[in-house]
Ligand binder design. Structure first.
Ligand SMILES: Nc1ncnc2c1ncn2[C@@H]1O[C@H](COP(=O)(O)OP(=O)(O)O)[C@@H](O)[C@H]1O
Ligand SMILES: [Mg+2]
Length: 354
């Protein structure tokens, strides 16, 4: 397969995963004249409301995946918990961007942090534990306060516990019965920022301005730009993110989350090998937003001008609060079309500019 091929107008983009990110990718693709094909086991996946074609099969269904891959021109994914084997089935038939190496690195918090440390990029100190016993033993090398996270399949703060004492860890260890975890030093950060960065097929890089992110209970509540950090820190964050995407030979948009420590140092917290919630502000703050940028990169088109023209406050709308959105005309409103507004579920977002 020719990796550098520029897809012609009207080509079809296959998207694994049909959540809100897949939905906004599909909208951006359609704006550029592409068709999309959403693959998601959930028949009610929000992206299926805005796509030309869709498939409703499990990510393990090899023949369905092969048929999907045969019917599209390039493949991408909208979340990192797609089984790696799914990507391998697809990438035998079509280019998949980002590549399998990027996905496997970001699927496991221990592999991800070790990869960052090999690049000499600082993270919170951590240890891996594969059993309750190992969790207890890890106390010899790392003292509380700590945050325990499942190494795989966690998101939005799910599968995480903060522990302030050795006794608390003893009580909690059995809760992670046989589930591999990472124990990280709890960082008393000043603030959290993220960089949304895009690398195209020939290696050009474009990064959006850093966003300052507020999380509550591990879930993103709001992102604002500009972030209240010095310019030097913003450019360091972009340089670090560039190093990461280059090392992975990454194609597409990646979200890189950072902690800014009390003494203005950057620690990389997490990588998201996809468009990212903290990049939704780009829909109102830039000529070319993260979704269009990702579609451009994976189709071999030139990536665009991601310069920011406005200050933006992006607010996530969680759970039943979505029902108030039709009354809100202060900002640009995005509703994801999910029919069950469970408490804490991401249902939409608004962007207010100034
Ligand atoms: N080591 C840490 N120290 C302090 N806070 C943390 C740490 N790790 C995570 N958090 C908090 O929890 C949030 C979610 O954790 P994260 O590792 O990004 O997992 P995910 O977003 O996949 O659920 C972070 O944005 C941050 O607010
Ligand atoms: Mg995170």
């Amino acid at each position: 397969m020719n990796k550098n091929k520029k897809l012609p107008l009207g080509s079809t983009i296959g998207i694994l995963g049909g959540g809100q990110l897949g939905r906004m990718l599909s909208i951006a693709a359609s704006q550029l004249g592409f068709k999309t094909h959403i693959f998601d086991p959930n028949p009610k996946a929000p992206a299926k409301q805005v796509t030309n074609l869709s498939s409703t099969y499990s990510y393990e269904n090899k023949s369905a995946l092969e048929e999907f891959a045969n019917n599209v021109d390039v493949i991408t994914f909208e979340f990192e918990n797609i089984p790696l084997e799914t990507i391998h089935i697809c990438d035998k038939l079509k280019n998949v961007f980002p590549n399998a190496k990027s996905l496997s690195t970001c699927q496991d918090r221990v592999i991800e942090k070790s990869f960052l440390n090999t690049l000499k990029l600082p993270t919170a100190p951590f240890v891996e534990a594969k059993s309750d016993d190992e969790i207890l033993k890890s106390l010899n090398s790392l003292a509380p306060p700590l945050i325990l996270k499942r190494t795989r399949l966690g998101y939005d703060g799910k599968g995480q516990e903060i522990v302030y004492s050795e006794q608390e860890i003893v009580n909690i260890a059995s809760k992670f019965n046989k589930i591999p975890v990472i124990l990280e030093k709890l960082i008393d950060f000043k603030l959290e920022i993220s960089i949304i960065i895009c690398r195209d097929i020939v290696g050009n890089i474009s990064a959006f301005d850093p966003a300052e992110n507020l999380h509550q209970n591990g879930i993103l509540v709001e992102s604002r730009v500009p972030a209240s950090i010095p310019f030097s820190l913003a450019s360091d964050a972009v340089l670090i993110s560039s190093k990461i995407v280059n090392a992975l030979e990454y194609v597409g948009v990646m979200g890189v989350e950072f902690f800014v420590t009390r003494n203005n140092k950057l620690l990389v917290n997490e990588l998201a090998p996809r468009v990212h919630n903290s990049g939704h502000w780009t829909q109102s703050g830039c000529l070319i937003n993260q979704f269009e940028q990702h579609i451009r990169a994976i189709t071999g088109w030139p990536i665009g001008n991601g310069q920011r023209h406005s200050n933006v406050l992006m607010r996530n709308v969680l759970g039943p609060a979505v029902n108030m959105l039709p009354n809100d005309c202060a900002g640009s409103t995005h509703i994801y079309g999910k029919d069950d507004p469970r408490e804490g579920r991401k249902m939409g977002h608004t962007n207010v500019i100034s």
